[in-house]
Design a protein around this ligand. Structure first.
Ligand code: ACO
Ligand SMILES: O=CC(=O)O
Ligand code: MG
Length: 543
């Protein structure tokens, strides 16, 4: 097996991140783990079809012993005992990293997944920023504004928890025997290689968030990666700690199994609500009326199936001694519009209050101005305790039917919802292609997970011939195509920059137009896979 690179990004420090020793480590990770990763991805397709045909998923009888067994995960290290507020955001540009580290949050989820466009420059800059942060020397001057950014010294910085890409994404710029590498192994491998020792020495990690897994064997693979990586670099077994997102519907049926597989390296589970909704739509997209999701804006965390999911997560985590982490309310403040900010504070407060009262140990915010709201809510529930691991939920009983009870989610499908989904999916994908993996649209945070819901809902609605509640029209491919045209014209006017529109919005619109078609052959497992092909072809590798 041999490793090579398409190119080294042209900025200071990139060559150091891609040193020969680091690449040798990445090559070893691929040698040992890429084959299993490929098999596990193929197994996802087979299972999904089975679930869709059966119109059901159930708890696996083969792992009943794990679910009924009396076991606990390893105790969390001091740096992760108090996670009441976690800010999320990309690790590039450096100013975002510094703002997150300085935000007052206990943890920063440094995101190479939902909030990140994995252009080669972004991936390497993110690792470089994380490496500088681990050594306390991250600083930045914004060339546009002249504003300088430095790590604060007057208060603790957030503890860094890095989220590498999910198992599905390739890394086209790392070639293994001439073929694309595995994004997850590149992100993890580079971060771990450069930072594991320094973080371990200061008790600050290395810590990870693991996204988008669908089966406990995928967790087992991460456990093997961690075990190997620690041994290879002489780091004590069990130093790595990871929090796993329960953000796919099959994973909701395996919370115990996930924790068990990673029990020496785990610190908790997180309720990743946006990918979770996407996963429900994706899994059951052709399974008929019982699985039609209402308009995205209608589905809230108080819908019965979402209550079942979060209640089961808290119960399972605390029974096993693992943290239960809340998810992202998408409302974000706007510093130029006080009434938008006030509404965001109120909605986020309500969301965090529900989570804190349910027993979550902390939760996520998308913006520094929301740290205070989340902190106040958890302070009032936790009191002097760092977490509420002691809050057991024996009264919670959740069935497979409750987890899959989509039909009783309040709300309806409307043509206005279709229109909004198309607008958001195209606008987000265009911004993603321009290098930003997260953006505010209509005062909501949009990232890869929220955009996935928008595009997959439309496919599901066309496929199942859903009738729109507001117009009485059946949602057909033709209707969607004509609304898409209108929304693209609206965006053209708003963007008002022909070159930018042609470069980012037109390819985004073409991609989304295909993905939503309602035809089997057009439904991609991930929006970002197609977008990544465009990114690599059109925007990065071309001179
Ligand atoms: C489904 C999921 O996975 S959720 C987790 C993944 N998603 C995310 O992490 C999204 C995180 N949030 C963001 O990226 C941003 O908040 C956005 C894109 C939604 C909005 O960003 P902006 O439009 O820049 O917001 P705004 O102009 O109000 O920002 C004000 C300041 O706060 C900073 N800021 C905003 N959000 C963040 C953040 N999450 N982390 C660090 N700094 C931030 C901005 O950089 C800006 O700093 P500056 O004044 O020094 O220039
Ligand atoms: O990653 C989080 C989500 O909601 O998706
Ligand atoms: Mg997600």
């Amino acid at each position: 097996m041999s490793i090579s690179l398409s190119r080294i990004p042209e900025f200071d420090g990139a060559a150091d991140i891609l040193s020969d020793d680091a690449l040798a480590f990445i090559e070893k990770l691929h040698q040992k783990f890429a084959g299993t990763r490929n098999e596990l991805l193929a197994a996802r397709d087979v299972r999904r079809k089975q679930f869709s045909d059966a119109k059901a998923i159930d708890f696996d009888p083969a792992t009943e012993e794990v679910r009924n067994g009396d076991w606990k995960v390893a105790e969390a290290p001091a740096a992760l005992q108090d996670r009441r507020v976690e800010i999320t955001g990309p690790a590039t540009p450096a100013k975002m990293a510094i703002n997150a580290l300085n935000s007052g949050a206990k943890v920063w989820l440094a995101d190479l997944e939902d909030a990140s466009t994995p252009s080669w420059n972004n991936v390497i800059d993110a690792v470089k920023n994380l490496s500088d942060a681990a050594r306390g020397k991250l600083a930045f001057t914004d060339e546009k504004t002249g504003k300088s950014y430095a790590l604060r010294t007057d208060a603790p910085l957030a503890t860094v928890v890095v989220r590498p890409r999910g198992w599905h994404l390739p890394e086209n710029n790392v070639l293994i025997d001439g073929k694309p590498g595995v994004g997850a192994l590149v992100d993890f491998g580079l971060h771990f290689f450069h930072n594991a020792k320094v973080l371990a020495e200061s008790g600050q990690g290395p810590f990870y968030y693991l996204p988008k897994m669908e089966h406990y064997l995928e967790v087992r693979l991460w456990n093997e990666v961690f075990t190997f990586a620690q041994a290879e670099l002489g780091i004590e077994y069990g130093t790595v700690r990871a929090t796993m997102l329960i953000e796919t519907i099959p994973a909701a049926f395996q919370m115990d199994e996930f924790l068990y597989e990673l029990r020496d390296h785990v610190s908790g589970l997180n309720a990743g609500r946006w990918d979770y909704l996407f996963s429900i739509i994706k899994t059951f997209r052709e399974a008929g009326d019982a699985f039609i999701m209402p308009d995205r804006a209608d589905v809230s965390m108080t819908a019965p199936m979402m209550r079942a999911y979060t209640e089961l997560l808290v119960k399972t985590c605390h029974k096993r001694g693992a943290f239960a982490m809340g998810g992202m309310a998408a409302f974000i403040p706007n510093r130029r519009e006080p009434e938008v900010t006030a509404a965001a504070f109120e909605k986020v407060r309500a969301d965090k209050t529900r989570e804190a009262n349910d027993g979550f140990d902390g939760s996520w915010v998308a913006h520094p101005d929301l740290v205070g709201t989340c902190m106040e809510v958890f302070d009032s529930v936790l009191g002097s305790k760092p977490n509420q691991l002691d809050k057991q939920r024996p009264e919670v009983e959740v069935t497979a039917e409750q987890l899959l009870d989509i039909a009783s989610a309040p709300g309806s499908v409307t043509e206005a919802g279709v229109r909004l989904n198309l607008y958001v999916a195209v606008a987000y994908t265009a911004v993603w292609l321009s290098g930003n993996g997260a953006v505010a649209i209509h005062n909501l945070m949009e990232d890869a997970a929220t955009a996935e819901i928008s595009r997959s809902q439309i496919w599901q609605q066309i496929r199942n011939k859903v009738v729109a509640a507001d117009t009485g029209n059946t949602i057909t491919a033709e209707l969607v195509a004509s609304i898409l045209d209108e929304e693209v014209e609206k965006l053209r006017g708003e963007v008002n920059d022909a070159e930018r529109f042609a470069k980012y919005y037109e390819p985004a619109a073409t991609l989304i137009g295909t993905l939503v078609s309602g035809r089997d052959e057009d439904f991609a497992d991930f929006l970002t896979t197609g977008a990544y092909e465009l990114l690599e072809k059109e925007y990065v590798t071309k001179p």
